[in-house]
Each structure stands twice: as C-alpha cells, then as structure tokens.
Design a protein. Structure first.
Length: 299
C-alpha cells in the first residue's frame, strides 16, 4: 500500500512539475513589457555582467526544455515530436530576445508583408549561411510554418535543449564523414517525412558557414534529393550580419551585432535537374545583390 501511494505521489509531482515547465516555456517568450523594462535598465551594465546573465539565463532555459521533453517521455508518451515542434520556434524567439536584452543583438526583418502573407503552405526555404544563429533566425523568419533543418549529426547529443529539439523534432542530422549512400538514404527519408507531415525543409546550399559573409558555392545535391520526393515551391531568403558574431569572442565582444533577414522571392517548383540548377544560380544572384545593397547602405 505504501509503495503504491508513494509511486502515485511521485507521478503526481512529476506531472505537476512538467506542467509548470511547459507553462514557463510558453509564457517566458511573451513577457514583452518585462523585457522592455529590463532592456532599459540593462543598457548601462558592464559587458561582462551582461555576458554572464546571458549565459546563465539561456542555459537555464535550455535545460528547462530538456526537463520538459524528458518528463513527457517518461510519464505521458514516448512520442514527443509535436512537443519538440512547438518548442523549437518558441526557443528560437526567446534566445534571440535574450541576446537582444543582454548582448545588444539587433535583428531586423525587411520582408515585405504581402510577400510573407502570400507564402504557400509548403515550400523549401533556401538561404545563405553565416553562423549558428542562422538556425534561430530562420525559425523566427518563418514562425508560422513547421520548419525542418538539415544539420550536422554532431548536434544530435550533448547540446542542452538544442539536441533534443533537433532529434525528437525529426530534423535531418547528417554525418558529413558518412558514406554517400547513407546520406542519400537519410535525406530521402527526411524528404518523405516532410511531404507526409507537411513540414517545410530549410537548407543552406553552401553546406558550411561563411566566415567572411561572402557567398560560397551553392551545391545542388541537398535540394535535388528533397525535390526528388515531391516538387514544391522554393522560397529564397537572405541573411546578413551573422559572420560578425560567429565566434565566441565576437559574440561577447563590443563589435557590431546588427543582423538582417529578408525573404526575396518565391520560385515555382523546379522541374528536373537543369531547372534546379538554374534556380540555384538565380537564388545565389538574388542573395548576392541583397548582401551588396545592405553593405552599401551601412551596418
């Protein structure tokens, strides 16, 4: 009797704790007035204090994500994909807001409202790549859509919050050192999942981050493998400023931290390899023109 009673109490406490964690995760990103007040009070604080506050608060938030997912898996359901789906965009918005609060990150979305409102329900998001912050920015840019990323398999474990969201949210985690056959199988499975569940895959065709902000070569393989499982429109967007905060020193240092994002154009579904190649060339040209325009207008 006492054992059952203890187990019941333990289960109840766990459920209550999980509910509180869920409430915090959904409430924290919405406390706009409190953040505005803290931002005003925080402007004169030393850079070191701001850095410590950012690290501590972000770490706590990411650990809270792990706690929420773990307890749902143990006490409710081993299937936590819907939970990971909802947490991803919330976490991205929260971390970006926290970076603005403590580290002075300025993020500007220059997308035309009518273009964003006219986006199709499913598409492939294609952008340039400058820093790890790009994942957060793309989540925030396409906040109304179920975005899925193609990321390195090294992110699968060991990163609080991030690893569980990527793993249980069924993002594609690719081993760059793996065989071409395994990569193809993994990407094909990922593409089929996106089609069946209505997800929007996001790809960085450069394949790696640009340390200088200049565009690298756009590789067609990832886009082709996704399109092989079903053609959808391709939404091209430009990101800039991430290369200035790509390293720990730059992020926590006093330099410019202005980030910009903009959806540039929606291309109809490409038909065949040649059409895909031409689309990539046009996408690269559009992004390059936007980067030049931004840099000519000043930081």
């Amino acid at each position: 009797m006492s054992t059952n009673y203890g187990h019941k109490n333990y289960h109840t406490c766990a459920v209550v704790s999980t509910e509180l964690a869920g409430l915090l995760l959904t409430t924290l990103p919405k406390i706009g007035k409190l953040r505005l007040l803290l931002l005003t009070l925080n402007r004169g604080a030393p850079l070191v204090i701001n850095a410590i506050m950012f690290i501590v608060t972000t770490a706590c938030y990411l650990l809270l994500i792990d706690f929420r997912i773990l307890f749902q898996r143990i006490f409710w359901s081993p299937s936590v994909e819907p939970l990971a789906n909802s947490i991803g965009p919330q976490a991205a918005h929260w971390i970006l807001a926290n970076a603005r609060l403590f580290m002075g990150i300025q993020l500007k979305n220059e997308t035309a409202k009518n273009l964003f409102n006219g986006l199709p329900p499913r598409f492939i998001a294609l952008t340039n790549h400058q820093s790890l912050f790009d994942i957060l920015i793309v989540f925030d840019l396409f906040y109304k859509f179920d975005i899925r990323f193609v990321a390195k398999s090294t992110l699968k474990n060991g990163f609080p919050g991030v690893s569980q969201v990527l793993r249980f949210g069924r993002h594609a985690l690719i081993d760059r050192k793996g065989s071409a056959r395994k990569t193809f199988e993994h990407m094909s499975s990922f593409a089929r999942r996106c089609v069946s569940k209505g997800y929007c895959p996001a790809i960085f065709p450069e394949g790696t981050r640009s340390r200088t902000g200049d565009l690298g070569t756009f590789h067609p393989a990832g886009l082709r493998m996704i399109l092989d499982q079903g053609t959808v429109p391709v939404v091209v967007a430009a990101l800039d400023g991430g290369y200035r905060i790509a390293t720990v020193r730059d992020f926590f240092g006093p330099g410019s931290k202005k980030l910009k994002m903009k959806i540039l154009q929606v291309f109809p579904p490409p038909q065949g390899k040649e059409d895909t190649k031409q689309l990539l060339e046009k996408a690269k040209g559009l992004i390059d023109q936007q980067l030049i325009a931004w840099r000519q207008s000043g930081p």
